[in-house]
Design a protein around this ligand. Structure first.
Ligand code: WT7
Length: 655
């Protein structure tokens, strides 16, 4: 059975520094190992105990796991709770005056909400939703800018047992329409506009368009938060201002006590083909996952100022903005704007101004900030930082080194967290302060997460060989199903050829001889060069390790003899090269890769551009690059593309 070859040779090792170790939540290797052993020995006991310790139950559970409805597993399913109660009411006693959210607007204006404020806002808004006759189990679409109100809307849904589906504010009317129809939502919560990078971007008109596309009749109400005061068209039959809805509402809202398995939310992920999947999460299992990962991986302390830069439209913004930090009673930043406005120092300024301790962002942001000003962070006081995090894509070792040295000033561990919309919380990530870090490796599975690498028949491969990344046992935060399509859920994530037992992540990975996990890319993107199967990440990382290169993406193109050859799309730190210059640099880079990882990985062709095609969440869309490399028409849906203009440039490019 074919495995995937690993060709990256990364040998740098970064031991945790003593000052971090002495205060770490999971003190040391022994404590961490003890937890892992506990999970091995008594899996259900392990998770049951954590669920008792972390969640405030309205009615305690007596059963930990019910597998009878495989693969839609049920956890703690005879228990009752309310997620919003766990995030807010629980913090009122000791923390009512503690700041829950520091909101920094696009224009720099700062608004603070304490736990008491947030509780009040959520209660009033939840009462408002009830007054619109919205009930437990109803679906609501949230189409909002990053704001305290977006978090309030999510928490208010949780409070009354309604199921939210947040749609990223940059998505089109068509995407919104699809999600309204698929969930048969009864309401949309939106804003007149959002502000990003000094500009106003309309939201409410997009909602109107989506509803009027047909099939949107399930929508009875549209609640509008007035963000900018921009004129909007008004529909008397369904529109209501947020401020009018809450004005006469009581400051307390009795939580709807729901079963542990009650759906908390649906979040659509595009997947590489086909219709977006409505990933459905549970209440208790999901909440537990966000809490233990806050504690173990973010080493959360009550004194932290936490900043996850993700939009609430992504799972990262659910788990590490809307739920996890609040459940832990944390103080966090919610930022409306973009990293480049008013200038490329914005992130560093926010860290300095608010004395951020924990900073969590995506490799795409890191790479673009390197390109925009690799020395810029040094102009700011970043001494409050104690921990850095990365999520969304493999972080290339050279980007890791920059993040570590320049942003973290060689003081802060980096937690490279591997997980997915479907897993709800971190799956493979370093417990900081415990083991040495390797740049580019997400290190080890969390205690209680049984990750493994297998071949196509489901057999575990030996360390050093690449294969399919799976999780061998169900875990509490795993998605329960695809909304309205349990069959697709089973086929996609629990395919028969793996014995139907393991959760299939869709990523390729390898485990090195020290047991560290390395994500190699998506399985669909694996290259096949003269019979060698190679992941995309390692070749891209070799390119990014060259001092000229800011970003790179590699794809395969059919070749008569070799099966496939590698075409690399490269963005340089300097301007896009032309003519002879481009030829010279391309030759240099081809040789560089050949030297760095071997002739087998040498790109046949290198093309330069000002940027790469990316999804709205910053992931490189290799399937589009594949079409360009092959000279094919792009027939795929490009509506989720952040920067469509780049496709033309890349089509023209030939070094
Ligand atoms: C896919 C999941 C997880 C929240 C944001 C993305 C890739 C994610 C890492 C990482 C290497 C990573 C994987 C995964 N990915 N984190 N630390 N190292 N790859 O959620 O949109 O569901 O995407 O993102 O390919 O399968 P998502």
């Amino acid at each position: 059975m074919a495995t995937i070859e690993s060709v990256l040779h990364e040998t740098r090792l970064f031991a945790p520094n003593d000052s971090f170790v002495s205060q770490a939540n999971l003190l040391n290797e022994e404590a961490c190992q003890a937890l892992c052993r506990e999970a091995e020995k008594d899996y259900l006991g392990f998770w049951g105990k954590l669920a008792q310790e972390h969640i405030q139950w309205h009615k305690p559970f007596t059963r930990v796991l019910d597998e009878s409805n495989y693969p839609c597993f049920k956890w703690f399913d005879d228990g009752e709770l309310n997620v919003s109660f766990n995030c807010l009411d629980r913090n009122l006693e000791a923390n009512s005056d503690k700041i829950a959210i520091i909101f920094e607007a696009d224009d720099g204006k700062v608004t603070r909400a304490t736990y008491r404020d947030l509780h009040l806002q959520v209660c009033q808004f939840a009462n408002g939703l009830r007054s619109l006759n919205i009930k437990k189990g109803d679906r609501l679409i949230i189409y909002m800018p990053m704001s305290i109100e977006a978090v309030v809307a999510m928490q208010a849904c949780a409070r009354i047992g309604a199921i939210h589906s947040v749609v990223f504010g940059g998505f089109s009317a068509k995407s919104l329409h699809e999600r309204i129809v698929d969930t048969a939502a009864v309401a949309v919560i939106t804003a007149d506009e959002q502000r990003r990078g000094g500009k106003g971007i309309a939201l409410k008109p997009v909602v109107d368009k989506a509803i009027e596309m047909g099939g949107g009749d399930s929508i009875k109400s549209v609640v509008i938060y007035k963000r900018t005061g921009q004129n909007i068209q008004w529909h008397n039959s369904r529109d209501v201002w947020w401020h009018d809805l809450v004005i006469d509402k009581s400051d307390y809202c009795e939580p709807e006590w729901v079963n542990a398995e009650h759906p908390l939310f649906i979040l659509y992920t595009s997947g590489s083909t086909g219709k977006p999947k409505g990933i459905q999460h549970s209440s208790a299992g999901y909440l537990l996952g966000t809490m233990v990962s806050m504690k173990w991986i973010f080493d959360y302390k009550p004194t932290d100022i936490f900043w996850c830069t993700a939009d609430v439209g992504w799972i990262t913004g659910h788990s590490y903005v809307a739920y996890g930090p609040l459940a832990m009673g944390a103080t966090q930043i919610v930022f409306e704007g973009v990293p480049t406005y008013p200038d490329a120092g914005r992130f560093w300024k926010i860290i300095q101004d608010h004395k951020i301790t924990t900073f969590y962002t995506a490799p795409t942001a890191i790479r673009s900030l390197i390109k925009l000003g690799s020395e810029l962070p040094r102009e700011y006081d970043l001494s409050s930082l104690r921990l850095l995090g990365s999520v969304g894509e493999p972080i290339n070792p050279e980007a890791w080194m920059w993040y570590y040295n320049v942003v973290g000033q060689s003081r802060c561990p980096i937690v490279d967290t591997w997980w997915q919309t479907e897993t709800g919380c971190h799956m493979i990530a370093p417990v900081p302060g415990v083991r040495p870090l390797k740049p580019g490796s997400c290190t080890f599975p969390l205690p209680g997460i049984m990750a493994a690498i297998v071949d196509e028949a489901g057999h575990e491969v030996e360390n050093g060989k690449g294969g399919l990344l799976v999780i061998k046992r169900p875990f509490p935060s795993l998605a329960r199903t695809i909304w309205g399509n349990p069959e697709r859920f089973r086929k996609t994530y629990f395919p028969d050829d793996l014995g139907g037992k393991y959760y299939l992540s869709g990523d390729s990975a390898n485990c090195d001889l020290d047991g560290y996990f390395w994500i190699m890319g998506r399985i669909d993107d694996v290259l096949n060069i003269s019979g060698h199967r190679l992941g995309t990440m390692e070749i891209e990382s070799a390119l990014v390790a060259n001092h000229l290169v800011a970003e790179a993406a590699v794809v395969g193109k059919p070749h008569e003899i070799k099966g496939e050859v590698i075409v690399a799309f490269v963005v340089l730190k300097d301007a896009c090269p032309q003519g002879e210059d481009a030829k010279k640099i391309a030759a240099e880079l081809r040789n560089w890769v050949s030297k760095e990882i071997g002739p087998i990985a040498k790109p046949e062709e290198i093309r330069f551009g000002d940027n790469l095609p990316k999804t709205r969440s910053g992931k490189i869309m290799r399937r589009l690059l594949r079409a360009i490399a092959r000279g094919e028409q792009i027939t795929q849906d490009v509506s989720t593309l952040e920067n469509p203009a780049i496709l033309e440039q890349l089509k023209q490019s030939m070094a």
